[in-house]
Design a binder for this molecule. Sequence first.
Ligand SMILES: *[C@@H]1O[C@H](CO)[C@@H](O)[C@H](O)[C@H]1NC(C)=O
Ligand SMILES: *[C@@H]1O[C@H](CO)[C@@H](O)[C@H](O)[C@H]1NC(C)=O
Ligand SMILES: *[C@@H]1O[C@H](CO)[C@@H](O)[C@H](O)[C@H]1NC(C)=O
Ligand SMILES: *[C@@H]1O[C@H](CO)[C@@H](O)[C@H](O)[C@H]1NC(C)=O
Ligand SMILES: *[C@@H]1O[C@H](CO)[C@@H](O)[C@H](O)[C@H]1NC(C)=O
Length: 174
Amino acid sequence: MPHRLSWLFLSFYLLISTVTLTVSAQQQVVLGSTDPDLVYLPSLCNVSNTGCFSAWQIYIDFPSINGTPVIVTSTTGPIPQAGNAIPQLFLTFRASTLYLRTSPLSNATVNFSLTADPSGVTITKQINTNISQLIIADNLPESQTTTLGVTFLQGVSSTRFDVESITLNVTDSR
Ligand SMILES: *[C@@H]1O[C@H](CO)[C@@H](O)[C@H](O)[C@H]1NC(C)=O
Ligand SMILES: *[C@@H]1O[C@H](CO)[C@@H](O)[C@H](O)[C@H]1NC(C)=O
Ligand SMILES: *[C@@H]1O[C@H](CO)[C@@H](O)[C@H](O)[C@H]1NC(C)=O
Ligand SMILES: *[C@@H]1O[C@H](CO)[C@@H](O)[C@H](O)[C@H]1NC(C)=O
Ligand SMILES: *[C@@H]1O[C@H](CO)[C@@H](O)[C@H](O)[C@H]1NC(C)=O
């Protein structure tokens, strides 16, 4: 009998603009890219902090069409000023589905890994963030704590990895 997490599949969905409002047992929690629950290595620099060097930068994306500006975190890979540390992102959560939204500019390949605790089951998948703006991990075991780890992989040419937000589907306990 396989562990539940091993059934998990990570898939890419092109964004479909249809939004259906239905009564659902699922609640969504949206974490912006600078939410303190998101742990960046090396640490994110606050733009107002001039002496800070990090492979992770914050920028504000002003959509060309109408829409509200989005705070995006971005990396183009290790930088010597931050000890050439490989850029990583971590989040520990409990949810059945995780949606990571990148920016339209994101084109790096990353290792996307999920580890469930206490079962210890880990899956890692290489994902080219150029393909879709949304990375979806579903069928996650809500009875366990899951840790997401995203690791930037250096390509032959220069690439970037951007994060706009992470959305979690959690079961509504009402
Ligand atoms: C996540 O929650 C949203 C909003 O409740 C729902 O539309 C969507 O189908 C859920 N996703 C999954 C995989 O259950
Ligand atoms: C940056 O620092 C300023 C002053 O401490 C603070 O008001 C602001 O919220 C910080 N911005 C981010 C993105 O953390
Ligand atoms: C990416 O994941 C693969 C396994 O899928 C592993 O062999 C490789 O070392 C990982 N790379 C980094 C930089 O973590
Ligand atoms: C990203 O997608 C564009 C358009 O499909 C393509 O021209 C480009 O080569 C892709 N880049 C990578 C790194 O796959
Ligand atoms: C990735 O995007 C950056 C910034 O938009 C661009 O300079 C670079 O050429 C792109 N790399 C590939 C491999 O598509």
